[in-house]
Structures are given as structure tokens and as C-alpha cells.
Design a protein around this ligand. Structure first.
Ligand code: ADP
Length: 658
């Protein structure tokens, strides 16, 4: 049975085991969601950064273009006054350099392409730079001159990794080209002038050639840069330069770091609490399993008991019954649990007594040892049970009800009763046999003398009829007298045998005889639910035969008990009083029985008079004979409260004078 329960509970656990998948799934989804959120936020950041980068670089490109275009325009408008005099040219050049134009040198080429004016003055290889190769600026000059439009030269190295390029702007006067104004841009300075500080803080900005060679780059922060950059064609026409910007690895904002960090911590806390919870639940399951097994074990034990178990709360409501109890009273547990007194299994004829007993148990005043009670099976049969009540104490030590164990003693009681009846019948049969034996022995003993008397008397009568003289008749009469004396002796012997003889008299305490006689009747008294009150007003010393006196008292008590068969249970009572008055002990035995009808009162002490089916009618006759044999007197009268009172007067032992 235990293993079946275990298997069942194991199955139940397995069935719910899938529930564990839910939190795990939720956790995985949570972590996945958090990761996705972080990734999306990072991506959004990057996209935003890229958009900013693009707009920033476009802005920068526009800015540079604007610089170049403005310079082109200013250079194209250089007037004669400035190109004819070195000093004026110099001041003009200074003005041009002044407003962050990016220009570092201004050169005025005549219409033949020769340098007329330059500020700062040309040294070394001049426009050709340090390489000594073909001077690209000459090409640019020619191109500008022929096109009549500004032309930009290719960048060329200038000094120490510094690069520069030129813009050749043809200046027209009076419809023809008077010369070419050349502005020299040093790329590093151009970048320095046009890239504002806030841009330099965010990006590394480079100017690169078509070939991808970085000519110059500007950055404020020495730090790693991301791979991703953005390049836009920065186009001094024909020069083939591009602007390239790469954003710095901007440190992630603190809030975002905090958010990601707290999300990770949160996920770990969730994982940890899941783990703790799982451990707790597993432990709980183990304990529950243990409890379930214990419960199953106890239940199996209770179910297999023959003893009925019934628990009541303090209000008397039934809160538990075991199967044995249900079998005993014939009611199912469902109809008993929740019932309050009176219970359906209480015997109808002792309803009040049962209720009083139940109340006293609930009040904690019930019998300390077990008590017997008659109950009623659902089918109407009476059942005798032996009940033990014990208090129910909860885990906090509080008394919350009573647990009663009931043992069915119906069969035992019936067996006792049968044995008693058998004993009674045996006793009366034995008495009848004894009486029969006694009668036949008396008959036998008396038969002989009586026959002799009869024949002597017949002979004497015949002699007298024949006028025989008296002296001849006398011997026959003497013999008849002799036989009559013998018959008297036989009767006296038998009488003395029946009386046991006065030689058995001894000093005795009457109250002790009463106790012993009551003890003999105890089973009957208890079985009939009779209350006995003994009122000993004096201690009584008398002289008598203890066995005969006890027998007489036993007969009187038994008559009292038998007279109350039809008396109500609460009325059944025997009152015994013992008092002394005027050298006599007065013992009264009062019952609440059927009483003695007037027409039988006269015959009551007659031997063999009885009103009972199984009665012998010898009890009272023997009682009176025993009492009178003790020089006492036995009488009776009606009990004023119903029933009969028997009085016994017995002489006290005279107290010797001091
Ligand atoms: P038995 O008890 O065998 O009948 P007893 O001589 O003891 O013989 O009693 C004779 C009758 O006297 C009984 O049958 C009964 O009718 C009556 N009797 C005796 N004692 C009582 C009593 N206490 N109350 C009523 N009737 C009694």
C-alpha cells in the first residue's frame, strides 16, 4: 500500500514537473530580451552617431567649399593698385590671410606666367616645391589662363610631410587676362582653420588623396578610433582630394552603462532566486512526500484498527471518525462529521444519561478510567461499548478537543449475561435436586417408623376390639410411642442439618456482612444501572452465623434488584440504612421496585411462593427462618416513594459492664 502511494505521488510530481520549464523559459526570454534591447540600443546609438558623422562631415565640406569659393572670388577681384606695388600687394595678402581663409601665400603671376609679386617671398624652388619635378603650378597657370576660370593644382609636398596646393585665379581687366592671382593653401593650416574644436574632439579628420594616401589629419584626442569612418569628396576642382572623418570611440554614457549593468545584475538575481526557489521547492516536495507517506501509513494503521476512534472539538462536534467506528455504529463518516449532540447513535432509552455523560466529558469532568455505555447501531441493534476519552492537544500545546476510543463489548456482555443466567439456572436446579434428595431421604427415614407406628396402632386397635386386656395392648402402644419418638428424632436431625446448627455463631460486624453481600450483587447492580446508598449510622456488633446472614441479605438485595426491572433508569436505587435502637440493630433495605400487592402480602413468607417465572419462592422463607434463628424479626412495608422496604431487627451483643 505504502509503495503504491509513493508511486502515485511520484507520478503526481512528474506530472507537474513541466511547470519548472515556465520559469526557465521566462528567464531565457528575459535574458534574450535584455540582450536584444541592449543590442538595439547600441545599434541605434551607432546609427545616430553615423548620421551625426555624415551631417558633420557634410557641414565641414560645405564650410571648406565656402572658404575656397570665397577666396576664389576675392582673388579674382584683386585690383591694379594691389598688383602694381609690392607693398600694397603685401598688405592685400595680409588682409587675405587675416580672416581664416586658409591661405598661406599669395602670388601674382603676370600674363606671361612669370612671378611678379609674392608674399611671403618665394625662396628655394618656389612654386615647384622641394621635389624639383615639373612644376604643376605652371600647368595650372596655363589651364587657368586658357580657361579664364580658377584652377586648382594637385597637392604636392611642401615641407616635412606638409602638403599644399594652389588655386590659380585668372584676373581679367578690360576684357583681357591681366594676370593670375595664385593663392597657396597649406593643407594642415586649411584644416586647422576650418575644423572647429568641437568637431576635432569628436572625429579624426583627414584629407586624403585619390590614391588613399593621408596628406594631413587633425584630431584633438589621442585615442583609438573605430574602424568605421565616412569619406566625402572634398573637391577643390581637379585636385582629387577627399575629406575623411572617423569618430572616436566615445565612452558609453554612464546611464547606459548603469542600465546594462543593472540589467545584468537583475538577471543574475533572477537566476539566483530561481535557483534558491527551486532548491526550496525540491526540499518542500521531499518533506511533503515524507508527510504523505507518514499519513498513508497512519491511515492504513487506523483503517486496520478494530477500535473505533472518534474525535470531537470542544463544542462536541465530530471532526474525525475512523472506519472501525463507522462499522460499529453503522453510519458513514460523511454523515457523522460535523454532527453535534444528540448523536444518531445514542440509545433512545438513555438519551438524557448519555447527554449528561457527553457534557461531563466535554467539560473535562468525565470518568478518568474507561466507562461502559450503551449505543445504538443504525439498524436499531443495541451495542455495548467501553469508552476511553483523551484530550486532543495541537502543535502549540492547546487543547482543542477530545479523542475517544471505543471498544465493542456487546458480545462479551452477552456472553457474561448468558453465563450468569446459566449459573442461576444451575443453582436453582441444584437447589431443586437437593430439595428432592432431602424430601426422599425424609420420606425414607420417616417411612419406617411411620409404618411401624401404623402396624402397632392397627394391632393395638384389633386387640382392643377383641376385648383383650389392657396390659396386653400396652406393649404395642409403647412400641408405637417409641417409633413416634424415633420419627421426631429424624425430623430434628434433618432440621438441625438444615439450620447448620447454632454452634456456628460468632461475633461479627453487620456492616461487613452488608458489604460482602453487596459485593456478591455488584455485577447485577452495575448491569441494571442501580445506584446504591449505604447510610451507616452506627457500627453494629452482633452474634450470628456469617454465612447464613450473608445469604439472607443476599436474597433481600437480589429481590430488590429484580423488583426494579421495569423501573426507569434514573429511579433505580436501593437505600440501605443501619442504625441501633434499644439493644437492637435496625437494618432497612428500601427499593423503588414494583411493590407488593395486598393479595400476595400474606403469602410472601410461605415456602415455594413466588410470582417470578424462574423463582423458587424459598428466598424470603429462608430469610425469615435465618433472622428468627438469630432471635430477630423480619418485616416489610410499602415504600412511600414507591417500592418496598424490608426491616430486619437483630439483637445487639450486650456490652459487658465495666
Ligand atoms: P423468589 O424470589 O424466588 O420468587 P422469594 O421468597 O424471595 O422467592 O420471594 C417471593 C415473592 O415475594 C417474589 O416472587 C416476589 O413476588 C415477592 N417479593 C419479594 N421481595 C420483593 C420486593 N423487594 N419487592 C416486591 N416483591 C417482592
Amino acid at each position: 500500500m505504502g509503495s503504491t502511494t509513493t508511486a502515485l505521488s511520484g507520478e503526481r510530481i512528474n506530472r507537474w514537473h513541466w511547470l519548472w520549464i515556465l520559469p526557465r523559459l521566462a528567464f531565457i526570454l528575459f535574458v534574450g530580451g535584455v540582450a536584444l534591447l541592449l543590442w538595439m540600443s547600441d545599434r541605434a546609438d551607432k546609427e545616430e552617431q553615423r548620421a551625426t558623422l555624415i551631417s558633420d562631415i557634410l557641414w565641414l565640406e560645405q564650410n571648406l567649399r565656402f572658404h575656397l569659393a570665397r577666396n576664389e572670388e576675392l582673388l579674382g577681384r584683386i585690383d591694379v593698385a594691389h598688383t602694381s606695388d609690392a607693398k600694397a600687394f603685401e598688405s592685400y595678402a595680409r588682409t587675405m590671410f587675416g580672416f581664416e581663409s586658409g591661405l598661406r601665400q599669395l602670388i601674382w603671376l603676370g600674363s606671361d606666367g612669370a612671378v611678379r609679386l609674392a608674399h611671403p617671398a618665394i625662396t628655394n624652388s618656389g612654386l615647384a616645391g622641394e621635389t624639383g619635378e615639373a612644376i604643376p603650378s605652371q600647368q595650372s597657370y596655363r589651364l587657368a589662363h586658357s580657361l579664364g576660370k580658377p584652377v586648382y593644382s594637385k597637392p604636392y609636398p611642401y615641407f616635412m610631410n606638409d602638403w599644399q596646393f594652389e588655386v590659380h585665379v585668372p584676373v581679367s581687366r578690360e576684357g583681357r587676362i591681366a594676370g593670375v592671382a595664385v593663392g597657396v593653401y597649406r593643407i594642415r593650416d586649411l584644416l586647422g582653420d576650418s575644423v572647429p574644436w568641437w568637431l576635432a574632439e569628436r572625429y579624426r579628420i583627414s584629407i586624403i588623396e585619390d590614391s588613399g594616401k593621408v596628406l594631413v589629419s587633425r584630431s584633438k584626442v589621442e585615442s583609438t578610433v573605430t574602424e568605421e569612418g565616412y569619406q566625402v569628396g572634398f573637391d577643390p576642382p581637379g585636385s582629387g582630394l577627399s575629406l575623411h572623418a572617423v569618430p572616436y570611440h566615445a565612452p558609453r554614457p554612464l546611464a547606459s552603462l548603469l542600465l546594462s549593468g543593472s540589467l545584468v545584475i537583475l538577471a543574475m538575481i533572477v537566476l539566483w532566486s530561481l535557483w534558491i526557489l527551486r532548491r526550496h521547492v525540491l526540499r518542500r516536495q521531499a518533506v511533503e512526500e515524507q508527510l504523505r507517506q507518514e499519513h498513508a501509513f497512519r491511515k492504513a494503521m487506523e483503517d486496520s484498527l478494530d477500535t473505533g476512534m472518534r474525535a470531537r472539538n470542544l463544542e462536541g462536534e465530530i471532526i474525525y471518525v475512523n472506519p472501525a467506528f463507522c462499522r460499529m455504529v453503522g453510519w458513514p463518516a460523511t454523515e457523522l462529521i460535523g454532527r453535534r449532540p444528540p448523536m444518531p447513535y445514542w440509545a433512545d432509552d438513555i438519551l438524557d444519561e448519555t447527554r449528561a455523560l457527553s457534557d461531563s466529558v466535554l467539560a473535562g469532568e468525565g470518568p478518568e478510567v474507561g466507562f461502559e455505555l450503551k449505543l445504538k447501531h443504525r439498524n436499531g441493534n443495541a451495542i455495548d461499548v467501553l469508552i476511553h476519552e483523551a484530550p486532543l492537544i495541537d502543535a502549540r500545546g492547546q487543547h482543542f478537543g477530545w479523542m475517544g476510543s471505543l471498544v465493542d463489548i456487546t458480545e462479551r456482555k452477552q456472553a457474561d449475561e448468558r453465563a450468569r443466567q446459566q449459573q442461576d439456572r444451575l443453582q436453582s436446579t441444584a437447589r431443586l435436586v437437593a430439595m428432592g434428595e432431602m424430601a426422599s431421604s425424609i420420606a425414607h427415614e420417616l417411612n419406617q417408623p411411620l409404618a411401624a407406628i401404623s402396624s402397632y396402632c392397627t394391632g393395638a386397635a384389633n386387640l382392643l376390639r377383641n376385648q383383650t386386656p389392657a396390659n396386653e395392648v400396652l406393649p404395642a402402644l409403647d412400641k408405637a410411642v417409641e417409633q413416634a419418638r424415633r420419627a421426631g428424632q429424624v425430623i430434628r436431625r434433618i432440621y438441625s442439618l438444615a439450620r447448620h446448627g447454632e454452634d456456628r455463631f460468632e461475633l461479627l460486624r453487620l456492616e461487613e456482612r452488608i458489604d460482602d453481600a453487596l459485593a456478591l450483587m455488584e455485577a447485577d447492580i452495575r448491569q441494571n444501572g442501580i445506584r446504591v446508598t449505604v447510610d451507616l449510622q452506627a457500627k453494629v456488633l452482633i452474634e450470628g452465623d456469617p454465612v447464613l446472614l450473608e445469604q439472607a441479605l443476599f436474597n433481600l438485595f437480589r429481590n430488590a434488584v429484580e423488583s426494579m426491572r421495569d423501573t426507569g433508569l434514573d429511579q433505580r436505587q436501593i437505600g440501605i440504612t443501619l442504625a441501633c435502637a434499644d439493644r437492637y440493630a435496625l437494618l432497612t433495605i428500601a427499593d423503588r421496585g414494583c411493590g407488593i400487592a395486598a393479595d400476595v402480602a400474606d403469602k410472601l413468607f410461605d415456602p415455594l411462593f413466588t410470582t417470578k417465572v424462574e423463582g423458587m419462592g424459598m428466598g424470603l422463607a429462608i430469610c425469615r427462618s435465618v433472622v428468627e434463628n438469630h432471635r430477630g424479626r423480619l418485616s416489610f412495608e410499602a415504600n412511600p416513594g414507591g417500592g418496598t422496604v424490608f426491616h430486619i431487627l437483630l439483637p445487639l451483643v450486650p456490652v459487658a459492664p465495666q
